[in-house]
Design a protein around this ligand. Structure first.
Ligand SMILES: *[C@@H]1O[C@H](CO)[C@@H](O)[C@H](O)[C@H]1NC(C)=O
Ligand SMILES: *[C@@H]1O[C@H](CO)[C@@H](O)[C@H](O)[C@H]1NC(C)=O
Ligand SMILES: *[C@@H]1O[C@H](CO)[C@@H](O)[C@H](O)[C@H]1NC(C)=O
Ligand SMILES: *[C@@H]1O[C@H](CO)[C@@H](O)[C@H](O)[C@H]1NC(C)=O
Ligand SMILES: *[C@@H]1O[C@H](CO)[C@@H](O)[C@H](O)[C@H]1NC(C)=O
Ligand SMILES: *[C@@H]1O[C@H](CO)[C@@H](O)[C@H](O)[C@H]1NC(C)=O
Ligand SMILES: *[C@@H]1O[C@H](CO)[C@@H](O)[C@H](O)[C@H]1NC(C)=O
Ligand SMILES: *[C@@H]1O[C@H](CO)[C@@H](O)[C@H](O)[C@H]1NC(C)=O
Length: 660
């Protein structure tokens, strides 16, 4: 009796113990052993004691910790990063992080803070990031400044701060990023922000504040980025930052912001007193756009006029020789000549993407842009009956050309006569009609990337890729081949440097064995989403390594010899094929089990036959097929011994019978 109750007690204790460990273990997720844990959204009311003292990164968001005490995190001495997003924290008491000497980042987003002790952030030796977004803060004096000198990032967005009043001990030594977006700041005085004159190269965000007045000259410093997005009074902002040096100035606005005053030429005059490199004016409305509008923009390096409701830039703009990048996306130009490109002779990047009108390319509209390297004309309804040498005339330095997502281009000769520097050409999702006796890309000797996805290109034209001896990537997905077969012909013959070939969704039913014969550098072939029934690898056997994607085809069985002829370093994706898990496919099934590192997506590589195994991952199936040698020996022995016994029996019965 004594013995059994003792046993009972031991059992109970063991179980209790084991339950405790189990719950803690199943709760927080280990991201990196001993270092990184996520306890997100588990409704926890305290830090689990099972987290090791070596924990460096802890995501404790969406739990319940109404108050932080000096004991709350005292066990986690190695913490570097602590995320306490939406933990219903209201009170942060003295020394809440006093034991966390290494702590660099504290995220308190979405907690309605009612009390922060003066020593709330004391302890960490080098606290770098403090996130107080959406914490109900109404005034800067609520935040204790003790021990924040190492801060490089302070985020205070989506609070109720109406008056800045940065205190004199505001930590400026290491500050790089200060975010006040979506507060209620209306007036900024020089005194409010005088302490910022000690900073240099910081990013300061005021977007989404309805700023009515900034004391002229209040900000006088070097800024990396200044963001006054959505502010109504642009002249007021410019006066406020006069004499500053700003790398990037954001004066754009947002969709859904009410009616705002238009940009007339005088609105931007304040820029004459500021040194700005990159200017963003997204979604502003320009009125009376004339050369004067650009009067104070002559020092710019980049000008972004995305969606600014313009249909032409006036001729006669002068002095814009420093401008390297011009963004004119989402406007409504009728004609490429309407951008007056000659006024921007130093451009290296030009974007006219997402034009709302049918963009006429015209002839020689960009011919003064001898330094242009990147041209993006995608999504602009372009339809060209004779593309594109005349339109691109003069662009001798062009390296990237994006003509994707346009309507239709008719190629009657080479696509771009002066394209000898072109390295990337994207014509995806644009209907291409090729009507030349020679290859349309034959002069693009430096071209590395060619995207012809979904371009209805005629793949029967044998000399289509003539001259592309440096091509590395060719995307032909969503096009068709005659009879659904990649033929043995000269199509890919000259692409001796090709590494990546994308032929997905091409309705292919077969590949010719010689189709890729001359592609000696091939590394990746995507044949997914076709109608292939055979997995043929002979084509690739001469290569060192290959990635083959045959996913979403109609392959049922793969003979063992096809797998054995794969290059030593190869990975295949056979997922979503109607694979048979019968003895006719035993070659593939055993190969998969022996080479788990060579098969991509083993969970998606499932059986479809027999029905009893449908959906089961191929790699987990074990079949016994055929009869092994041992089996044969056993059967032979069994048959022989049966024979011997019968002979003996017959003999025995005969004798006995005769005796009767
Ligand atoms: C994790 O910590 C335990 C206990 O300190 C230690 O035994 C183990 O080796 C550590 N594992 C790694 C991967 O550091
Ligand atoms: C200014 O800050 C940016 C972003 O923080 C950084 O990338 C850049 O190197 C800095 N420039 C100087 C001169 O310190
Ligand atoms: C430029 O600054 C000077 C003084 O620093 C001021 O008098 C002038 O009005 C400013 N110009 C503009 C256009 O703001
Ligand atoms: C746009 O350019 C075309 C061709 O040069 C010209 O006929 C047209 O008047 C221009 N439109 C505007 C609005 O400047
Ligand atoms: C070309 O533009 C399209 C649409 O704007 C974009 O999706 C694509 O990534 C661009 N191509 C390249 C090579 O950047
Ligand atoms: C075309 O392919 C290139 C290279 O893979 C890619 O960067 C680009 O985004 C593709 N274009 C489109 C429109 O998807
Ligand atoms: C595609 O090209 C081949 C060979 O040049 C030609 O015979 C055929 O008519 C072309 N098909 C179409 C639809 O243009
Ligand atoms: C296998 O290929 C399919 C189709 O391209 C793709 O969706 C899937 O992500 C691939 N699997 C892996 C693990 O990359």
């Amino acid at each position: 009796m004594g013995y059994s109750s003792c046993l009972l007690i031991v059992t109970v204790l063991t179980c209790a113990n084991c339950r405790a460990t189990n719950t803690a273990d199943t709760m927080c997720t280990e991201i990196t052993v001993n270092k990184s844990y996520s306890c997100e959204g588990l409704g926890l009311r305290e830090i689990p004691g099972t987290l090791p003292v070596t924990t460096e990164i802890l995501d404790f968001s969406f739990n319940v910790l109404p108050s932080l005490q000096s004991s709350t995190f005292s066990g986690l001495k190695s913490l570097l990063y602590l995320d306490l997003t939406r933990c219903q924290i209201n009170w942060v008491y003295e020394g809440a992080f006093h034991n966390n000497k290494c702590l660099q980042t504290i995220v308190l987003t979405g907690n309605l803070l009612m009390f922060l002790s003066d020593t709330a952030f004391v302890g960490p030796q080098s606290l770098k990031q403090l996130v107080l977004t959406e914490t109900g803060i109404t005034t800067m004096s609520f935040i204790p400044m003790t021990n924040l000198d190492s801060l490089d990032t302070l985020l205070l967005g989506s609070n109720h701060i109406s008056s800045l009043q940065l205190p004199l001990n505001f930590p400026t030594q290491n500050l790089k990023y200060l975010d006040f977006q979506m507060n209620h700041i209306r007036v900024i005085t020089a005194e409010d922000v005088s302490v910022l004159q000690k900073t240099s190269n910081i990013t300061l965000i005021f977007k989404g504040n309805d700023i009515l007045h900034i004391e002229p000259g209040a900000f006088q410093s070097h800024f990396y980025t200044l963001d006054f997005g959505g502010c109504t009074d642009i002249p007021g902002v410019l006066a406020g930052i006069q004499n500053s040096v700003v790398q990037t100035l954001w004066l754009g606005t947002f969709q859904g912001v009410g009616k705002e005053p238009s940009i007339t030429p005088d609105v931007l005059q304040g820029l004459c007193n500021i040194s700005v490199k990159d200017l963003y004016l997204q979604l502003r409305h320009f009125r009376n756009l004339n050369p004067d509008t650009f009067h104070c923009l002559t020092k710019l390096r980049k000008l972004d006029l995305t969606h600014t409701h313009i249909s032409s830039l006036p001729p006669g703009i002068s002095g814009m020789n420093s401008l390297r990048e011009l963004v004119l996306n989402a406007n409504s130009f009728e004609h490429l000549c309407n951008i007056s490109s000659a006024a921007f002779p130093s451009l290296t990047h030009l974007h006219v993407k997402g034009n709302s009108e049918t963009l006429q390319m015209g002839s020689g509209c960009l011919e003064k842009l001898a330094e242009l390297q990147h041209l993006d004309l995608s999504h602009s309804h372009i339809e060209s009956p004779d593309c594109c040498s005349k339109a691109l005339n003069g662009l001798k330095s062009l390296r990237h050309l994006n003509l994707s997502h346009n309507t239709k281009l008719h190629l009657r000769d080479v696509l771009f006569e002066e394209g000898s520097s072109l390295e990337l050409l994207d014509i995806a999702f644009t209907h291409l009609h090729v009507d030349t006796s020679q290859g349309p890309f034959q002069n693009l000797h430096l071209l590395k990337v060619l995207n012809l996805s979904s371009s209805s290109i005629n793949t029967s034209i044998q000399h289509l890729f003539q001259g592309l001896e440096n091509l590395v990537l060719l995307d032909l997905s969503q096009n068709t081949f005659e009879s659904g077969i990649v033929p043995k012909n000269k199509l890919f013959e000259q692409l001796s440097k090709l590494e990546v070939l994308i032929l997905s969704s091409c309705e292919l039913t077969a590949l010719d064995n010689q189709a890729f014969h001359s592609l000696r550098k091939l590394q990746r072939v995507d044949l997914s989403h076709n109608k292939l029934t055979a997995f043929s690898t002979d084509v690739f056997s001469k290569l060192q390594s290959i990635y083959l994607n045959f996913a979403y085809n109609r392959i049922r069985t793969v003979p063992r010899d096809q797998l054995e002829s794969l290059p030593a370093r190869s990975v295949i994706n056979l997922s979503y094929n109607p694979l048979e898990c019968t003895c006719s496919n035993i070659g593939l099934i055993t190969w998969c089990r022996q080479n788990p590192d060579k098969i991509e997506d083993p969970e998606g590589t499932t059986c479809s036959e027999p029905k009893s195994l449908a959906g089961v991952p191929l790699a987990t199936v074990s079949l016994s097929c055929g009869i092994s040698t041992a089996g044969i020996v056993a059967v032979v022995l069994a048959v022989l011994s049966c024979g011997a016994i019968s002979i003996w029996c017959i003999h025995y019965f005969k004798q006995n019978y005769q005796q009767i």
